[in-house]
Design a protein around this ligand. Structure first.
Ligand code: BTN
Length: 254
């Protein structure tokens, strides 16, 4: 695919030294960010943003992240691993915390569904995909801004800022609101309390799928918090506490 690097609709202020690359269309911002790392063109906070993606990737392998041209915020940010003051395994949750803080700044209440979906009530407004790329971590963020119609068959009903507030929000403004929060969570001391305070289903019963995405193995647990490495702490039916490092909360049963 021919890549067209274009000027964004506004000059975005970033607290990171890295450049912002904006493309009208990409296969995936994750792939393009990885290419920048490989070519040595990536720095701290380099951002690859796209108006739309032809093969946007979700956390579940094979499931596409669909988003109409210019409707939503779609980007990947590269963070040097050595710049983190939080544990590396907490990075996905911290990215979710940054999105939550940005939405709260816009007076949109939300919660962090472990490991890193952002929900408004029961509806998903943002998905995050974190990977490693050489000496960088990458966080791919898809934040629904103005979309009103979504493809069928999604696990959770989606929502967008427009659907929550009735206000149109240009993706570039959301990016500018989000970047200072992404910058501050990397070195945040009280990340644990800030994440637990916003944890979806905290103290409630939930159905948890353990292990790699969609690999089966569901169990009923009570969500009791977040551990020191970002793992989900749960209580089983016998009251025994355990830590879950890979998996997903499927349903909250209250
Ligand atoms: C999920 O909830 O499954 C994670 C979705 C992540 C989507 C974003 S959109 C920007 C970045 N580029 C991708 O291809 N995926 C992420």
């Amino acid at each position: 695919m021919e890549l067209s690097l274009i000027k964004p609709d506004r000059n975005i202020q970033s607290p990171f030294p890295g450049r912002i690359f904006f493309y009208e269309e990409l296969e995936s911002t994750m792939t393009q960010a990885r290419a920048l790392v490989a070519s040595g063109d990536a720095g701290q906070g380099t951002i690859v943003q796209a108006g739309t993606q032809s093969a946007g990737r979700g956390r579940i392998p094979g499931r596409k992240w669909e988003s109409g041209q210019g409707q939503n915020l779609l980007f990947t940010i590269l963070i040097e691993r050595k710049s983190l003051k939080i544990p590396i395994s907490v990075f996905p949750l911290a990215a979710g915390l940054a999105v939550s803080l940005a939405l709260e700044e816009l007076r949109i209440p939300c919660s962090i569904k472990w490991p890193n979906d952002i929900l408004c009530g029961e509806k998903k407004i943002c998905g995050i995909l974190c990977e490693t790329a050489g000496s960088f971590l990458s966080a791919g963020i898809g934040l629904n801004c103005n979309q009103e119609r979504f493809p069928g068959g999604l696990k959770r009903p989606p929502t967008s800022i427009f659907m929550e507030t009735g206000r149109e929000s240009p993706p570039s403004i959301l990016l500018e609101t989000l970047l200072p929060h992404l910058h501050s969570v990397l070195t945040m001391e009280n990340w644990h309390a800030e994440i637990e305070r916003r944890l979806y289903g905290m103290g409630r019963m939930a159905i948890l799928s353990e292990g790699a995405a969609d690999s089966g193995g569901e169990k009923r647990v009570r969500i009791s918090g977040i551990g020191g490495q970002g793992e989900l702490m749960v209580e089983g039916a016998d009251g025994a506490r355990s830590a879950v490092f890979t998996g997903e909360i499927l349903y909250d049963q209250s």
